[in-house]
Design a protein around this ligand. Structure first.
Ligand SMILES: [Zn+2]
Length: 356
């Protein structure tokens, strides 16, 4: 990859040797927290193929080079640091050298943004848009400008363009480690288009990255429902796998997965999930939920022996628990309970009576 360096002008080569990778990334808008430094190596989420999952772009601060570990990425082969800066800023290398040498140089951008703002206030949207697009070209690292463009498109009734710009801005923020910004954009887009599976998936990944698996799971559950409605059962089942990986101990989730398997004719996996769900409910002492799950399962798979054994065990535990007055379960008064449940409640009541 250092071969590319020979193609640089002597000026660019000299500048490249003085670049500090970390400083360059901060100038490009990266949040310092998102920059992982390991000796001479710096790892970031790749801004070229917009990596959302791993820090695939590696900068070598000693050799002053970079490369992306993702083989399909356009910068997989890498090159000198100045080339990365130029690519991210949409500049050719000569302009990138000039930009880096001349320091901040954002006054041009600032006045463009000011003019755009004034025009927006006068409701001259088309003209304002022109200035915003110029400002973005001047300073592509400023993702806020991208948001302003998006919001202006929406104001002008150009929903599709606004949505596209907001999605790109969210991606930019995410790559640079500004996850809160990404989240606020997604929240806003979710209000605009609550029915977008693509957006829900992005949100799920984001929540997973933020260490909020429950929130991630909410979105994945929504996607499962969506695929089920669209009769895309294989896609739904695939997402179940992701969900289970994310929250292996969540019994309510296993119930969803169990029902999905049953609905799609996957008998053995359905029974397996049912058993896992019941065991997980029992672990947390949620006997009533365990009982609901087992009854549902037996209604669908009356011949599965392991289910009968499990039901027996759950009923015994229920009886045990009811035998202790302070934890007694009040009998259900709902009219929706089925015959089995009524029988069982009678059984419980009779136990309670006999204790009294
Ligand atoms: Zn890449």
């Amino acid at each position: 990859m250092s071969d590319d360096r020979d193609q640089l002008s002597p000026d660019a080569q000299r500048l490249n040797e003085t670049i500090d990778g970390q400083q360059m990334l901060i100038r490009m808008g990266y949040n310092p927290d998102s920059i992982f430094v390991d000796g001479d190596l710096i790892r970031i989420f790749c801004p070229i193929h917009k990596d959302q999952v791993r820090r695939s772009l590696v900068l070598n601060n000693r050799e002053k080079t970079f490369r992306c570990q993702y083989t399909q990425c356009p910068v997989h082969e890498g090159g000198p640091l100045i080339v990365l800066y130029a690519k991210c800023m949409n500049l050719d290398v000569a302009d990138a050298v000039e930009r880096l040498q001349s320091g901040e140089q954002k006054s041009g951008e600032a006045s463009l943004l000011d003019r755009a703002q004034a025009l927006i206030e006068e409701l001259k949207y088309e003209e304002a848009l022109g200035y915003l697009l110029k400002a973005r070209k001047e300073c592509p690292e400023n993702t806020i400008t991208r948001c302003k463009i998006a919001s202006l498109y929406l104001e002008m009734g150009k929903q599709k363009d606004g949505y596209r710009e907001y999605m790109a801005a969210a991606e930019d923020f995410s790559v640079k480690g500004e996850l809160d910004h990404t989240l606020s954009i997604y929240n806003m887009l979710a209000m605009m288009t609550p029915e977008s599976a693509r957006l829900r998936r992005q949100m799920a990944y984001l929540f997973a990255r933020l260490g909020r698996p429950m929130d991630a799971a909410e979105h994945l559950k929504w996607i499962i429902d969506f695929h089920m409605r669209e009769k895309q059962t294989d896609a739904a089942v695939a997402i179940c796998g992701e969900l289970i990986e994310m929250l292996p101990e969540d019994p309510a989730l296993r119930v969803i997965v169990m029902k999905l398997y049953a609905e799609t004719g996957r008998h053995d996996p359905a029974v397996r999930e049912g058993v896992i769900a019941c065991e997980a409910f029992l672990k947390t002492g949620a006997l009533a939920e365990a009982q609901d799950a087992i009854e549902w399962c037996i209604e669908h798979y009356p011949h599965a022996e392991e289910l009968m054994e499990l039901r027996y065990r759950i009923n015994m535990m229920q009886a045990d628990q009811s035998a202790q007055p302070r934890e007694a379960t009040p009998p259900k008064a709902g009219s929706d309970s089925d015959a089995n449940e009524d029988d069982f409640n009678d059984f419980i009541s009779s136990l309670e009576d006999s204790i009294d």
